[in-house]
Ligand binder design. Structure first.
Ligand code: ADP
Ligand code: F6P
Length: 325
């Protein structure tokens, strides 16, 4: 794709928020300013773009935000932008505001939108921001580390009360269709079961048998980490209680997993990825996604990135199965 000089860039956050998005915004703004570009913040993702919610940003606009969860630009999902008319309107609004490049911080869906803007002549670069770790081109996504630590601490607490009452606990963690949060917490929390959408075949009787067996061996609790992609934790708890006679409670951790001050790892990855995105735009590049691959920060063509596939690493899953029992 031909490179064109960029003078003003916009930055937006889109899809589910993730801790570290603010660190990424800060980095985009500061590095773009360093390269002599003007920066505008686009509020509420593509929805705000279509509503022309656009504000000028300078270095102080991003002061004191690196430690804050959420996103100062707010985020949203926007159906109108999925349509060609919405995308054309978005590109036209960019042109009217003198925005010739955009950094989109979000997940796969947001990158699809970024690809469309790029095809309409607005230089775009995506930065992977989602707690789900489900972006195929990247070994890391901003927010994952904070989220698993938040979930891990919550699960430790549930484990205390589960032990005291000699109960079985099913704890549902986020991840949309991906099981990465469940896998990491299952291992890190020393759970008895970890159920991942990528692997679970619905053998509930097997789980029931193992619960009965473990109780016979004297185990006082039984922690099941269930991924959101499997879901149905409450009904599963009822069936397990009926079949085992052991009190069983379901806890859905929910949106607490998306909040909180980002960990050092999230702040660092967000800062480097945001910087790289701003620098690519400053060089006139477009239609790229920043990724972390095999220990390096790299960038890919958006369409190539969206076609990549990712799965739970088989060896890690195998070890998890040995550890959780
Ligand atoms: P995430 O970016 O976290 O995957 P979503 O899948 O909800 O979150 O996508 C965020 C937004 O990106 C959507 O609300 C929509 O505005 C935009 N988007 C998603 N898919 C497309 C698409 N195929 N074309 C254009 N825009 C899209
Ligand atoms: O993509 C992040 C995520 O938190 C997923 O884990 C979850 O499925 C989804 O967003 C929840 O979205 P919402 O905030 O719209 O309920």
């Amino acid at each position: 794709m031909a490179q064109k000089a960029v003078k003003t860039i916009g930055v937006l956050t889109s899809g589910g928020d993730a801790p570290g998005m603010n660190a990424a915004i800060r980095s985009v703004v500061r590095v773009a300013l360093h390269h002599g570009l003007k920066v505008k913040g686009i509020m509420r993702g593509y929805a705000g773009l279509l509503e022309e919610e656009i504000v000028d940003m300078d270095s102080t606009s991003v002061s004191d935000i690196i430690s804050r969860g959420g996103t100062i630009l707010y985020t949203a999902r926007c159906q109108e932008f999925v349509t060609p008319e919405g995308q054309e309107k978005g590109a036209e609004i960019c042109r009217r505001h003198g925005i010739d490049g955009i950094v989109v911080i979000g997940g796969d869906g947001s990158f699809r939108g970024a690809g469309k803007l790029s095809a309409l002549g607005i230089n775009t670069v995506g930065v992977p921001g989602t707690i789900d770790l489900d972006i195929a081109c990247s070994d890391y996504t901003i927010g994952f580390d904070t989220s698993i630590n938040t979930a891990m601490e919550a699960i430790d607490k549930i484990r205390d009360t589960s032990t005291s009452h000699e109960r079985c606990s099913i704890i549902e963690v986020m991840g949309r269709r991906a099981g990465y949060i469940a896998l990491w917490c299952g291992v890190a929390n020393g759970a008895e079961e970890v159920l991942l959408p990528e692997r679970y075949e619905g053998d509930e009787q097997g789980i029931i048998n193992r619960i009965i067996e473990s109780r016979k061996r004297g185990k006082s609790h039984y922690i099941i980490i269930n991924a959101e992609g499997i879901g149905h934790s409450t009904s599963m708890a009822k069936r397990i209680e009926a079949a085992t006679g052991i009190e069983t409670r379901a806890t859905i951790l929910g949106h607490m997993q998306r909040g909180g001050s980002p960990t050092c790892k999230d702040r660092y990855y967000a800062s480097i990825m945001g910087a790289k995105a701003a620098e690519l735009l400053a060089e006139g590049r477009s239609n790229r996604v920043i990724a972390y691959k095999l220990g390096e920060f790299v960038d890919y063509d958006i369409q190539e990135a969206l076609q990549m596939k990712k799965d739970i690493p088989e060896e890690q899953y195998r070890f998890a199965q040995m550890l959780v029992r």
